[in-house]
Design a protein around this ligand. Sequence first.
Ligand code: C2E
Ligand code: MG
Ligand code: MG
Length: 721
Amino acid sequence: MTAILMSVAAGLLLAVLLLLWHWRRSHAAQAAILRAREEHLTVALWGSGERFWDFDLARRDLHVLDCDESELPSGTGLSVTSRKMPLPAVHPQDRRQVRRRLRAHLRGREPLFTSEHRVDLHGDGHWIWTRVRGRTVERDARGRPRRLAGTARDTTASRHADAERRIASEVLRSMSEAVAVLDHDLYFVAVNPAFTLITGYSDVEALGRPLSLLDSGRHDGLPGALRDELARRPQWQGNVWMTRRDGEEILCQVRHNGIGDMAGEFNFHVVVLSDITEQKRAEQELRYLANYDALTSLPNRSLLSDRLARAIVRARREGGHVAVLFLDLDRFKHVNDSLGHAVGDRVLRAAAERVQRAVGTQHTVARLGGDEFTVVLEALAAPEEAEEAARRVLEAFAEPLVCGEHGEITISPSIGISLFPGHANAPTELIKHADTAMYQAKSAGRRTWQVYSAHMDESARRRATLSSLLRRVLERGELALVYQPRYSLHERRVVGVEALLRWRNPEFGLVPPDQFIPLAEDTGLILEIGEWVLKEACTVLRGWHEAGLDGMRMSVNVSAIQLLRGDLAATLARILDETGVAAGLLELELTESAIMDNVGRSAGVLHACRALGVGLAVDDFGTGYSSLAYLKRLPLTTLKIDQEFVGDLACDPDDEAITSTVIAMGHSLSLLVVAEGVETAAQLQFLREHGCDEIQGHYIAAAMEQDACLAFLRQPTLLPD
Ligand code: C2E
Ligand code: MG
Ligand code: MG
């Protein structure tokens, strides 16, 4: 029995043990399944970056499931914690939206509650963006939601990145520089609106096309340059010519940045282009303006100095001569003042061309400003070649310039010459000396040249002093007239006088008119001086008439400037009126060049003067370029043969021939012919034989002061027959 009981007990124990073993085994399997499930859940939670939440609506209890994100999901080490936390504050600006969405879900209008808003998790004022998704997981007996559960995710960082992306694309869009993104093979993958504006290609037209789309065809075109440079460095910058869609070439400043991957390969290229064509053009223009004269396109003073300096260096090395020709257009100021600046500009352009043509393009012709030009003659074998060039320049001005409706204008330069190495070594000195010599040429009667010599510096100084003293000559009463009788060969008596101007200066003594009249013409002072001369001469003549010399005539010299500027005829009429001199007893003397300088304008003035009844004489006839045919059209009355021809009468057959021809031609034009500078009986004889009407010169009398002249005029003039 005991044995039976023992075996039953053992059997039972075994059954219990077996049962226990089975139970434990199935329990262990269950636990393993649960553990695995939990682990999957944890890893999924960690991997998703989400956190779970569970909210009891009635109790307002919030439970969250957190995963320690700092750890790697080794599978076992990852810890998930469940904790109760207070409901976080929602940002005031987002509250309405959260409430609205929650209500929509709780009332069954939305299957899910979704919202992205800012919350303050720790109550410390630090707002983070969260994206929350959830749904009702439990309802009460009446079906009202009791529990909500779901996930939440911190989106602060991605929202920042989003904002950055948006800002970057907005910046790109609004940039005035063209931006293009190119792929590894230099095909466009993105362009901004400025790119379209600058290149003319829309994004649709550019995307997917190669960079060579913009190739200008020049050898330094964009793709070529880029390809070469890209191979070498991740960044590159340079100026490249490109072609716009419309074919126009533009110069672009290109900045390139390669965007590399981890391996250092450039997968993308960002190219920023700015159109600098205009800027370059402006720079070039500035450079041009800095070196060239805008009116004539000739080099200006600065480029001239440069070229002259180089010429000197070369001449020093090679042993040649350099000459500087300083040109000033005679009486240009008056062309400008009387005919206007537009005509003045045309004259300057035409003059520039003539000078350049005369000296040849291998030499530098520059405009220093105003009517001053400078020529640098290089590689001269001998200094005389400079004078030869000056002669050619003067010849080039023999023909008048044609100035549209203003007709022909005859203008001539006065030229000063300085030489390297003879006169100076420095460019500035050479130019200064040529300038000095030019003034000397002006004093020598204009339309000529002079080579610099040291004594000219003295006369230049004197001229500068005289010029400043001249300004006060009228108010100081330093001007005076002297009178030279004119003798009629027919009537055998003195029939008139010529008034000649004198300047009595306390410092310089008696300054001859040849020295100060050109200065007065340059400053325009000649207008006032000329008027004074006319008034004084007429007053004196009127006095002589009253003293019994009625019928005595007076000749007054008039400058070209008086003819071109001012109102000569009106002035004359007023003076005749004021002094009561009969117009027929007054004669104006004008040099040939004064008349011919601007025939168009002088003809009008001459006609107006002649209309008053005043006589008009051509002075110094034979020295200028005028032709009798031209003079025929002017209302002239008298021809004065220059003393240059008269001086050699009776010894130079040429001058005799010229003089006799001029007398005959003058008569054929019904002009009274007067010979100037008659000093000998032989000259008088010749002139008488050839029918000259009147003579003037030391043979009769030199110029005299008013009283002496009056006394002379009262005496009969006795000449041998
Ligand atoms: P011009 O009108 O031809 O005057 C004649 C010049 O020859 C005068 O010189 C006179 O003194 C000089 N002369 C006269 N007879 C003889 C002679 O037999 N032998 C020599 N060797 N010379 C003689 P001047 O007075 O020095 O005048 C020079 C020039 O100055 C004048 O030449 C004239 O063109 C100009 N001039 C004189 N007065 C005036 C004036 O009031 N206004 C203007 N615009 N020019 C004037
Ligand atoms: Mg005269
Ligand atoms: Mg004369």
